[in-house]
Design a protein around this ligand. Structure first.
Ligand code: GRG
Length: 296
């Protein structure tokens, strides 16, 4: 199977699984159901769930077992985007080519839609773990990796520093902290959680974390580059938004060319980390190159 086919197959599996999970909530108040559904199905790339499933598959895991974790990860990601777009944060009107959640449903409902998605993720993790009593510890470990990465030691910590640093002089160390936490943490956690579901050697955990850290940072460097050079129509949101918010970014600190080179180097190193897994790592290696050439 070629890369596109494989990605699209996993994307569809995630799409269908999220739909099935959401149906369990269709008896809740209609407004919040619609608000949650609107952002969950606004056309995301589903990169984090695809990474989680692929890491699990690489160590011979059964995708039925990791699917709910993958969907929960996408719910956490979607919540973060809804909240990030709010007037109190980045105040963005468009996301994925559509009006942002608060533009359609109002700020109060958008806050609650984000909260609902975050809560839903942990409901899904806990319910799923009960289906695997023999592997309860693996499931708790995987959920705990994700919870940690989404919290103040991870994404929220990065977002706080990102907000605080707006308009401040760009220091490389702070930039690194923001990017590895705000964006990198969930990407790395997706991969580590996929592995945590199976009992693998310590070297495997080290290799996947090495891959995930580099991939996550490269993902955000590419995001910084696309914010300057990307096509707003293709991306479905305003470009040059970092400049407007006076954000600390790689392109500000290192310039476009050096940022691109740094992303390329990180991707090569990330791919190298996967050699540990031999041929089974082929798809994750290809995802790394996909991230490097992404236009959206
Ligand atoms: C509000 C707690 C909280 C955190 C927000 C994720 C985030 C932290 C802010 C988003 C700001 C942003 C656009 C960062 C760039 C990297 C990023 C997360 C891009 C969006 O992810 P993609 O490209 O989006 O995977 P899709 O739409 O494909 O799901």
């Amino acid at each position: 199977m070629d890369f596109r086919e494989e990605y699209s197959k996993k994307h569809t599996l995630v799409e269908n699984a999220i739909k099935r999970i959401l149906e369990r909530y269709n008896d809740c108040p209609a407004t919040i159901y619609e608000a949650v559904k609107y952002s969950l199905f606004a056309g995301g790339k589903r990169i984090r769930p695809v990474l989680l499933l692929s890491a699990h598959e690489m160590v011979d895991g059964d995708l039925d077992e990791s699917m709910d974790l993958a969907c929960g990860m996408e719910m956490i990601h979607t919540y973060s985007l809804i909240h990030d777009d709010l007037p109190a944060m980045d105040n963005d009107d468009m996301r994925r080519g559509k009006p942002t959640n608060h533009k359609v449903f109002g700020e109060g409902i958008a806050v609650l839609a984000g909260d609902s998605l975050l809560n839903m993720a942990y409901e899904v993790f806990l319910e799923n773990s009960l289906r695997y009593p023999d592997k309860l510890l693996n499931h708790i470990k995987a959920a705990s990796i994700i919870a940690n990465a989404a919290g103040i030691h991870g994404m929220i910590g990065g977002q706080v520093v990102d907000l605080e640093m707006e308009g401040q002089p760009a220091e490389p160390e702070i930039l690194h902290y923001i990017h590895t936490h705000k964006t990198g943490a969930l990407i790395e956690a997706s991969l580590r959680a996929g592995l945590a579901l199976e009992n693998v050697e310590n070297e495997a955990h080290t290799a996947i974390a090495g891959y995930g850290k580099r991939l996550g940072l490269a993902f955000q460097i590419i995001d910084d580059i696309l914010d300057v050079t990307g096509d707003a129509a293709k991306m479905g949101k305003k470009t040059r938004s970092d400049e407007a918010h006076k954000k600390v970014t790689f392109t500000v600190v290192y310039g476009l060319e050096k940022s691109r080179r740094m992303a390329e180097e990180l991707i090569e190193q990330a791919v190298g980390e996967l050699d540990y897994f031999g041929k089974k790592a082929q798809f994750l290696k290809e995802i790394a190159y996909y991230i490097l050439r992404r236009q959206t």
